[in-house]
Design a protein around this ligand. Structure first.
Ligand SMILES: [Zn+2]
Ligand SMILES: [Zn+2]
Length: 237
């Protein structure tokens, strides 16, 4: 079977308007048919009681198993707050050149920061994060151009600063990956990526690299015995 669709899998209840907007923008950017799967419940299997958050890497593993036969990528969208063992939170995580990506809407809501609700801003942030994480699955890494959607965003300010679109370099790389005609690029001389499109690559990326966005490195939970590490203080959180 031809794998030619990008799937969106809502994990928990996700507003219809958000799913529609993300679907529309992903379709435009990646040029694949995009389908929304029936929603599953919140990813309880990834819950970490000590932190009251959910481990994003566990969700990615689960997402791979949910990829339909005609799927080339799967994007999980959840309202629960995500983290990794070392990061305080993540907006999303993806397998570099893999099939799965996940984003969390939890910290994209203005209400999270005790600010008035702002639906257009929420939609805009969700679209950027969805494109960013899917961009990783197409092999794009973090971009130094802070206007580019592939730039790393440590917080919402960073997300709001960047555009929905790619810079010309990232766009050029993506176009090659998607085997679309390249847009006029300002720079040339990138490594050739031909001959192994995203579809062929899917499901045989065994060496997985994970890329996360957002968050800060978490202080260590357990301080080393004071006697052995004199003068070092750990912030308990
Ligand atoms: Zn870029
Ligand atoms: Zn990223």
């Amino acid at each position: 079977m031809m794998r030619d669709s990008i799937y969106i899998l809502p994990l928990g209840e996700i507003e219809w308007e958000i799913l529609e907007e993300v679907k529309k923008e992903i379709t435009a950017v990646f040029q694949f048919p995009v389908k929304v799967l029936p929603n599953l419940s919140n990813p309880a299997y990834a819950f970490e009681p000590k932190r009251g958050q959910y481990y994003s890497t566990k969700i990615l593993k689960e997402l791979i198993s949910k990829l339909p036969d005609d799927g080339v990528k799967i994007l999980g969208i959840t309202e629960v707050d995500l983290c990794t063992p070392v990061l305080t939170f993540v907006f999303g995580e993806a397998h570099l050149e893999g099939c799965a990506a996940v984003i969390s809407l939890a910290r994209l809501h203005q209400e999270y920061y005790d600010l008035p609700s702002n639906k257009p801003l929420l939609l805009n942030r969700a679209v950027k994060e969805a494109i960013h994480e899917l961009g990783h699955t197409f092999g794009l890494v973090h971009c130094r151009d802070n206007q580019c959607v592939m730039s790393f965003s440590p917080n919402c300010l960073g997300i709001d600063q960047k555009q929905v679109g790619f810079c010309s370099v990232c766009q050029g790389i993506l176009a090659r990956r998607l085997s679309l005609p390249r847009p006029p690029a300002e720079k040339s001389g990138e490594t050739s990526l031909q001959g192994d499109g995203p579809i062929a690559r899917c499901r045989r990326t065994f060496l997985l690299f994970f890329l996360t966005d957002g968050g800060f490195v978490k202080p260590r939970q357990k301080p080393i015995a004071a006697s052995s590490r004199k003068g070092v203080q750990w912030n308990e959180s």
